[in-house]
Design a protein around this ligand. Sequence first.
Ligand code: FE2
Length: 268
Amino acid sequence: MKKAKVKLKDIDLIAFAQGPGLGKCLRVGAVAARTLASYLNKPIIGVNHCVAHIEIGKLTSKFKDPITLYVSGANTQILALASGKYRVFGETLDTGVGNFLDSLGRVMDLGFPAGPKIENLAAKSKKYIELPYTIKGMDFSFSGILTKLEQLIKSKKYKKEDLCYSTQETVFAILTEATERAIAHINKNEVLLTGGVAANKRLQQMLATMAKERGVKFAVVPKDLAGDNGAMIAWQGILEYGAGKQQSIKNTNTNQNWRTDEVEVIWV
Ligand code: FE2
């Protein structure tokens, strides 16, 4: 607030992430939001965290109706608006790609978060080591790849750089292929990359190449809005409030498992 030169009295609306996520974290945010809303006597809007990742990307890209590849720690999904809801057209069948990269980072002793370190190590190699490639329609999974990587690391026969390079090439190719299938299936002409892992340059590059070949537009959310951030929650609140949503403070219980396709998209 200091940076934005905003005072408490300038606030017109309190928005908070009502779900999905870890119960304790969501509850802390909800308590803070309720307290502020009653203290300031302002309206409150609980928003869906995943939908907020999509909408902040739409705001910055000016895209109207994209296919979104949402890549974060816990979530990895291909989403698009159909009949008034963001439908999940493809998703991970086990772990999110960010958590997968962090698990690999733990095995390799890279520290947390591991994604940027894996990206730097990968840039130093061009040697591809074969890894499992798991894609079923527009769904995919990463646990088999992690098991294989653990075996390769244990054997001590492979360089970290080569393993990181092969990991990125395999996993990002899977995500790119699933997104390409979604384009063919859903017939939209914009692809948006959002979520924390969207900051990865190699993933951006693969999607950009695919989008160009397919003749569709491609955009990435800016780095400072890629990971979890308050701006996306605030913007989502503005959209929903602007579309007429009203929420009672009594109706602000958090929902750990709130799915993207349960949200009525009333603001588009
Ligand atoms: Fe997130």
